[in-house]
Design a protein around this ligand. Structure first.
Ligand code: LLP
Length: 449
């Protein structure tokens, strides 16, 4: 266990791209104790982001904050958000099992029904299909389902007669930070098409299924202007479904600032907008409605740091490359979406004679160890190599890739037979290993010759 460095400074704003600590713990110590590449999460940042949404803003508050655990599903993180009163979404049998292992109960506790609101489902399975094991587990455990296709309704009805479900509706438009994260419109496979609701409601009735929830999620990493459009469409579809509804969900997609100059969204204005939608529907239906939000990235992105070590520095013609020991096997967002992650440097030696200690900076491309040219962290959408202005670095310095706590570790792979990295949670100045690095034996477990 590593403890806080004495007089450690706050980790939140590295000076000139240099970073010595994460949440008060020395980056060099973390790397020494756990090796690199290493994911490090700051528990307090996650708590703060949970409270941004669980505490009232002005006169309004979300009744339920549901973490889209696909963003960062380590058990320790799920346990942390559970203690903040945040429930979870699961998109697979594996995510259902993770939620149970982290202490969530499979179904609603009637005592969570307050002020005329329906009880909270601690876990909701959200998908466009049931793979066979998911259908078995959902039926066995009584997990509430958010159905993204009418086929799901009928498959569930055959196993759980009289089940209550949520419908995930595709509102006909969507938006995301990349076309690959846009989950609405004709270009998206997600959700039940908004114009098909009457037909799907008929199929639900024939199957003996009650539609109690309505959910829309238009995309990930969008902006509030696009998200706000969802409220109007949801209201229209809700009126079509009618009084059986007891819960409405705004979905996820809350943005976080990745690039310099980007700021946090106006969460007060957002909850107010949704609260107004809820009130109008409550008046129309004559009963209370639970209002949910389902963020992934917002709760964990800023808490996460990927600590890597510089292993080579070289020039390819006029372009300089820093090659680190993490690649797109460790953090896939840059190669998949051209995503931008801030970077900082923790020099192995910050003395005046070390490159990093000199105060000099340079434009460099940052890449990883994989045997593939696309293994570049500084790339733009379309795969073009870009550069970053960083303090001059040498072999042995630690490069920290920031805002990596959402869709980081969870999208890591064993490509090139590289082990999955370790994960560490820092809380109150203490660093705790919450997932061990894979061993060489883990890499071919289950294989036979
Ligand atoms: N709800 C549903 C139904 C979703 O499909 C998602 C994300 C979320 C909530 C959470 O969205 P968030 O609040 O995190 O934006 N790998 C991509 C993101 C894919 C998101 C998939 N669904 C990335 O790294 O940007």
């Amino acid at each position: 266990m590593i403890t806080s460095a004495p007089n450690a400074s706050s980790a939140s704003s590295p000076q000139g791209g240099l970073r010595q600590t994460i949440a008060g713990v020395s980056v060099a110590e973390l790397a020494r104790a756990h090796g690199t590449p290493l994911y490090v999460y700051d528990a307090e940042t996650i708590r703060r982001r949970c409270r941004d949404l669980t505490q009232p803003r002005g006169n309004h508050v979300w009744d339920t904050v549901r973490f889209a655990q696909k963003a960062c599903s380590n058990l320790a993180i799920l346990d942390l958000v559970r203690r903040e009163g945040v429930v979870v979404d699961a998109v697979s049998t594996g995510e259902i099992h993770r939620a149970l292992a982290a202490g969530y109960s499979p179904h609603a506790d009637r005592s969570s029904s307050t002020d005329g609101l329906p009880p909270v489902h601690p876990i909701v399975y959200t998908a466009d299909i049931f793979d066979r094991d998911a259908l078995d587990e959902v039926a066995r455990l009584g997990i509430h389902v958010n159905c993204g296709s009418a086929d799901m309704l009928e498959q569930l009805a055959a196993r759980v007669p009289g089940a209550e479900v949520t419908l995930r509706v595709n509102p006909g438009f969507g938006h995301g930070h990349s076309q690959k994260t846009n989950t609405g419109g004709e270009g998206s496979k997600h959700g039940i098409w908004h114009a098909d609701i009457a037909d799907v409601m008929r199929r639900a009735e024939w199957a003996g299924i009650a539609v109690t929830g309505l959910h829309m999620h238009i995309g990930s990493g969008t902006d509030l202007a696009h998200l706000a459009e969802v409220a109007g469409t949801l209201e229209k579809v809700a009126r079509e479904i009618g009084r059986s509804l007891t819960t409405i969900s705004a979905g996820g997609g809350l943005p976080v600032p990745y690039r310099p100059g980007e700021v946090h969204a106006d969460l007060g204005g957002y909850v107010e907008l949704w609260n107004d939608t809820r009130r109008r529907l409550e008046e129309a239906f004559g009963h209370r409605l639970r209002l949910e939000i389902e963020p992934g990235r917002y709760l964990t992105a800023e808490s996460g740091f990927l600590v890597t070590e510089v292993r080579a520095v070289k020039n390819q013609g006029s372009r300089k490359y820093l090659l680190v020991d993490a690649g797109f096997n460790t953090l896939a967002r840059p190669v998949m979406y051209g995503a931008y992650h801030p970077m900082s440097l923790c020099p192995a030696d910050a003395g005046p004679t070390s490159p990093a200690g000199s105060g000099l900076r340079e434009e460099v491309a940052v890449g990883g160890p994989l045997c593939e040219s696309g293994d570049i962290f500084t790339q733009t959408d379309g795969g073009f190599v870009a550069t970053r202005d960083l303090p001059v670095a040498g072999v042995g310095d630690l490069l920290v890739i920031e805002i990596a706590g959402a869709y980081g570790f969870v999208m890591a792979s064993n490509y090139n037979s590289k082990p999955l990295p370790a994960e560490v949670l820092v809380d109150g100045g203490q660093a705790r290993l919450v997932r061990a690095r894979q061993t060489p034996a883990d890499l071919f477990r289950g294989e036979t010759v």
